[in-house]
Design a protein around this ligand. Structure first.
Ligand code: GLN
Length: 441
């Protein structure tokens, strides 16, 4: 009830939820209450959860923040969503996001931007902007977001909450509307690290539906008490001075805990974003070809023939950023340019992966600020897509390498805007990541 009251009070201005399942949530709360009394309640009994508009939930709409899916209702639930329900979580609504997860500020949603609860002149971050603000504003306890290049961690940092991107292959992508399939992950946004751990425990693991899921569960590695930061990141010209200072204070507190913290070189810093954007646009141009006006979602009323049906449906349904990425992706996959861009980017991806894992062979964690600046003013970056892409510099490494990343709050700057601290570690070492995250949060 307290969460519904927050939604009532703030959602019209913040625009975090696209739909609130008020009656359903109240009904479920009553049922869960009875289960608690009977001693039969699940692990997440009564946990109030919001889900990003990219996740399918049986009998409910999922628009992916897009006009092209504005009539779509799913006939099944995503594995992650189903597992929350099975453990008696209460799903309170569907959260605004950038269209198909493509964006860093939530301004690419066909349903309007999400505003930051710390200051409504600023964006929430993206693409899981609605999910982060919902937790920030107390509209739910936990959100389920998705992270392809930072979309959980970046809005978590902009909103001063916790965001966990799991290892690629730990949480099934079944029922997640695909953006870039070899990068997409699902994870929690929460107030507390302990809630992120609880939710991850429930949603992770094989479901027989996602062939990239691993059934191997490596043991927790010992903590060698060695932490690396990438020198090129900490010395990056785009890094806001107050964030750098806060980051240095975090390093000091890690040293006080007995960690050796050292700067290492990472020679591919300038290749991170190009690699990420070549590969994700390629994958998305292929994934989004399914939206053709025939199978699901929007269909143009102005089609004369089949080709026109495809073209007009997609023109009317997709927003500008999505169209830009489909064109870029189609270009890098075209016969004449495939080797020069797509194959090249795959090779660089491997180099980035190898180097990242080599660092994590010698150190327990790689740390950085989550973002180089605090939240942008609404509209500040929308005119220039390159400026927008640059904001993902510190987060994409985890997705390119497939490793887990956690963003925890790192205080606020002099304007009161939240800053984020990022920890990354080896694949499948989420418990180790969460242990340290919890200790220093
Ligand atoms: N901002 C990045 C992009 O636009 C990341 C998005 C995401 O993680 N879904 O691709």
């Amino acid at each position: 009830a307290q969460h519904l009251a927050q939604i009532q009070a703030y959602n019209h201005s913040l625009n975090a939820f696209l739909e609130v399942y008020e009656e359903e949530a109240i009904l479920k709360a009553v049922q869960v209450d009875e289960k608690i009394k009977a001693g039969t309640a699940g692990k997440l009994a009564g946990l109030v959860v919001g889900i990003k508009d990219l996740l399918c939930y049986e009998g409910h709409h999922s628009y992916a923040g897009s006009k092209i899916l504005d009539t779509f209702k799913s006939t099944f639930s995503a594995t992650a969503v189903q597992r929350l329900l099975d453990e008696d979580a209460i799903i309170i609504g569907r959260q605004n996001c950038d269209e198909f997860g493509m964006g860093s500020t939530n301004e690419n949603s066909a349903y309007g931007p999400v505003l930051n609860f710390a200051n409504q002149a600023y964006v929430a971050g993206g693409s899981s902007g609605g999910s982060a603000v919902a937790v920030q504003a107390g509209m739910c306890q936990v959100s389920l977001g998705t992270d392809t290049g930072g979309s959980i961690r970046m809005p978590a940092a902009f909103c001063g909450v916790v965001g966990l991107k799991p290892t690629y292959g730990l949480v099934s992508r079944w029922g997640l509307i695909a953006y870039a399939s070899s990068f997409d992950t699902i994870g929690p946004i929460t107030n507390y690290v302990s809630d992120a751990r609880l939710v991850l425990d429930v949603i992770k693991g094989d479901d027989g539906q996602d062939s990239t899921l691993s059934s191997i569960t490596p043991a927790i590695q010992n903590d060698k008490k060695r932490i690396a930061y990438i020198k090129e990141v900490v010395e990056h010209p785009s890094l806001q001075p107050e964030i750098k200072e806060a980051f240095q204070r975090k390093i000091a507190s890690l040293q006080a805990l007995g960690y050796v913290v050292e700067g290492v070189d990472f020679p591919y810093i300038d290749q991170l974003l190009p690699t990420y954007y070549v590969l994700t646009t390629a994958e998305s141009s292929s994934n989004l070809s399914r939206f053709d006006g025939v199978k699901f979602g929007h269909r143009t009323e102005k089609a004369g023939d089949l080709l026109q049906l495809y073209k007009r449906t997609r023109q009317e349904g997709f927003g500008e950023e999505v169209q830009r990425r489909i064109m870029l992706g189609t270009f890098v996959l075209s016969a004449d340019y495939y080797d020069a861009y797509y194959t090249k980017a795959q090779k660089v991806r491997r180099l980035i992966q190898d180097k990242t894992l080599a660092i994590l062979g010698a150190y327990d964690f790689i740390i950085s600020p989550t973002t180089s600046s605090t939240a942008y003013k609404v509209g500040e970056k929308t005119a220039d897509p390159i400026q927008m892409y640059l904001g993902d510099l510190f987060t994409v490494q985890a997705n390119v390498a497939g490793i887990p990343g956690l963003s925890i709050p790192m205080g606020v700057d002099s304007e009161g805007l939240p800053m984020g601290f990022q920890l990354m570690t080896s694949p499948y070492q989420e418990q180790k990541l969460l242990n340290l995250g919890e200790l220093i949060n």
